[in-house]
Design a protein around this ligand. Structure first.
Ligand SMILES: Nc1nc2c(ncn2[C@@H]2O[C@H](COP(=O)(O)OP(=O)(O)OP(=O)(O)O)[C@@H](O)[C@H]2O)c(=O)[nH]1
Ligand SMILES: [Mg+2]
Ligand SMILES: [Zn+2]
Length: 316
């Protein structure tokens, strides 16, 4: 049988079987199976921190003795993988596979806007070649910082769609739902920005667990602990939203430091134009077109700050 990985913890994965005859499936004990990997190793997953992630398509067999259990036999070809570099494991970690849309969730307050994180999240989507949208949640909160507004408008200027939404009042939720229809979308963002609350607003009756903000630090409490794919009903084709745990830090995966500017939409057109060509580090060299663009306001200085930090990290 073939199926979709909905979630996984340690080495048990929940797999939903694909299509087929619904009555035959119910005879097998339902459409979701708790699966282990047969023989403990899966072909094609070498080098990754985790073997499977939500969104993966697998081949599996049902355990003849336990109708709700199964064994995963193989992984179908995966495309558009959203990863990050897992420092602890020193390997790329798959956050979700076969992704059609990355929704980078942010807020203007509670928790405060964090441009460093957002820049990394949209960079990772661009590295993976996955369309990306910025969701600015909690639009119902009125204390917005003018600097944050400037930054959000800058993302629009350089070519990213920014959608203002509120899981609380429902603002923008219909637009978001139509953006997600017939696709596999991932909600990515720090703890407390309201990813699970957005899932609750999008899928009535789902009751995903939502946490309180830490009063002292004004950030989330890492309420969601495992990535999970949830079906958005009422769409023509299969539509899933993958809710993820809030990430503390996102180390880019899949690029070398020297290639960084190629993946930053506002920097990329200037690649190779500096006086020192491709060997320019864009930090202090004379004739650096990136520095000139920052000085002219064509690249926002805060984006440049993100660039410096990521470049440092990739080179270090
Ligand atoms: N005012 C307001 N509060 C919101 C909104 N969306 C979420 N919240 C609140 O923000 C807090 C955190 O929401 P969660 O949905 O748990 O955030 P999360 O991003 O899933 O957090 P983690 O699972 O820890 O990564 C909760 O107290 C929510 O009630 C919103 O649109 N407006
Ligand atoms: Mg959550
Ligand atoms: Zn330069």
């Amino acid at each position: 049988m073939k199926g979709l990985v909905l979630r996984g913890s340690r080495n048990i994965f929940t797999v939903r079987s694909d299509g087929g005859d619904p009555s035959a499936l119910s005879a097998l004990g339902g459409v979701e199976f708790e699966c282990r990997i047969k023989g403990k190793v899966l072909k094609g997953v070498d080098g990754y921190y985790n073997p499977l992630a939500p969104g993966d398509q697998v081949r599996f067999e049902v355990d003849p003795l336990h109708s709700q259990k199964g064994l995963i036999l193989g992984l179908e070809e995966r495309t558009r993988i959203l990863t990050r570099f897992n420092r602890k494991g020193q390997a790329p970690q798959i956050l979700a596979a076969n992704v059609d849309l990355v929704c980078c969730v942010t807020t203007t307050s509670a928790p405060p806007f964090r441009p460093r994180f957002l820049d990394r999240a949209i960079l990772q989507a661009d590295i993976a070649g996955i369309p990306v949208v910025v969701l600015c949640n909690k639009s119902d909160l009125l204390e917005t910082d003018p600097d944050t507004e400037v930054r959000l408008r800058d993302y629009e200027r350089i070519g990213y769609q920014v959608l203002r939404v509120s899981a609380c009042t429902g603002e923008g939720i219909d637009t978001l739902r139509s953006l997600m229809a017939n696709r596999f979308s991932v909600l990515l963002g720090q703890s407390g920005v309201g990813k699970s609350s957005l899932v609750n607003a999008l899928i009535p009756g789902i009751h995903s667990k939502v946490g309180l903000l830490n009063e002292k630090y004004d950030r989330g409490n890492h309420t969601t602990t495992m990535s999970v794919a949830l079906e958005l009903p009422g769409c023509e084709n299969r539509t899933f939203i993958i809710d993820t745990p809030g990430l503390r830090h996102l180390v880019p995966d899949g690029i070398q430091g020297d290639d960084l500017i190629l993946y930053l939409r506002d920097f990329a057109p200037l690649a190779g134009t500096c006086a020192y060509g491709l060997s320019c580090s864009h930090q202090s060299e004379p004739g650096c077109k990136i520095l000139e663009a920052v000085a002219a306001g064509e690249i926002h200085e805060d984006r440049y700050e993100s660039f410096l930090r990521i470049q440092d990290e990739l080179r270090g």
